[in-house]
Design a protein around this ligand. Structure first.
Ligand code: F6P
Length: 306
């Protein structure tokens, strides 16, 4: 029988997942291995099932929670390789994750379209984007799409400052304003906007409407909100994501072949490398508020409402 590896994509959708699977399957085939796909695995049964199927290693493609499970499986004696998956790009252990570029592309396309209505109707358009803990999607999307104001979780904002920026723009003849806000952003003395709070679990969403209401109240300008939501997580991946995801899939098979179990693929300095899963989980990569990217945005006259 040919050697076997397993692959499991856990959690939700993310542009580039199919490219990871392609990388895994084709690279494994080249080594003469079979690949078994798992829709899900219960930790308690995993060892028995994988043993019966003679699966020598399991590649787990997932977000932070799934990587914690991968580490637990590894500690339970199952050979695991992790592949990080999140559009938020908020894992410290990798410079970038696949799906992020595709999500940013959706934001940029939306901003290109929304500038038109902001200008022609002299409105403020508030665009709510994903980004639970980190503002990478808002920051990259906002810079590339020419936002006037970007609000991110790492830089709590002040409604009066935002109103001041919009009034100053109006006085200078810029009658439309585009604001990008991460779902996880919050005002200086306020909370994140949460929905469906139940037993400690919650969804984010609604900050866009709250920001639009406050802007309208403080400036008297017509202000509309557009929530991009799951549009950012579906559809065809960008070229960059297809290539990164393929490289991640191929690297995961190489790591399995070399016996680097308990490790996660990671992109660093233009190379796909690996790091221990144990060091990668639960470590968030946040936007540095005084970093080069935020400064670049400020230098092109983007306000963070602070
Ligand atoms: O972590 C990725 C992410 O897209 C977050 O930006 C967002 O808060 C969350 O998933 C939304 O998840 P769901 O699809 O379960 O609402």
């Amino acid at each position: 029988m040919k050697p076997r590896i397993g692959v499991l994509t856990s959690g939700g959708d993310c542009p580039g997942l199919n490219a990871v699977l392609r990388g895994v399957v084709l690279a494994a085939e080249k080594l003469g291995w079979d690949v078994v796909g798992f829709p899900a695995l219960v930790i308690a049964d995993a060892k028995k099932i994988l043993g019966e199927l003679q699966v020598r290693a399991l590649i787990i493609v997932g977000g932070d929670g799934s990587l914690v499970t991968a580490q637990q499986l590894q500690e339970a004696g199952i050979n695991c390789i992790g592949v990080p998956k999140t559009i938020d790009n908020d894992l410290e252990a990798t410079a970038t994750t696949f799906g992020f570029d595709s999500a940013v592309d959706v934001v940029v396309d939306a901003l290109d379209r929304l500038h038109t209505t902001a200008t022609s109707h002299r409105r403020v358009m508030v665009v709510e984007v994903m980004g639970r803990h980190a503002g990478w999607i808002a920051l990259h999307g906002g810079i590339a799409g020419g936002a006037d104001i970007i609000l991110i979780p790492e830089i709590p904002f002040d409604y009066d400052k935002i109103a001041g920026v919009i009034k100053a723009r109006e006085a200078a003849g810029c009658l439309g304003t585009v604001v990008v806000v991460s779902e996880g952003a919050r005002p200086k003395h306020g909370e994140q906007v949460k929905r469906d709070v139940e037993a400690g679990e919650f969804r984010l969403g609604g900050i866009g409407d709250a920001v639009a209401r406050e802007i309208a109240k403080r400036t008297g300008k017509e202000t509309r909100c557009c929530v991009l939501g799951h549009l950012q997580r579906g559809g065809a991946p960008t070229t960059l994501d297809r290539i990164l995801a393929t490289r991640f899939g191929v690297k995961a098979v190489q790591l399995a072949n070399e016996g680097h179990f308990g490790s996660m693929v990671s992109y660093q300095n233009y190379k796909v490398r690996h790091v221990p899963i144990a060091e990668a989980v639960n470590r968030l990569k946040l936007v540095p508020p005084n970093g080069e990217l935020v400064q670049t945005a400020r230098d092109v006259d983007i306000s963070f409402g602070d």
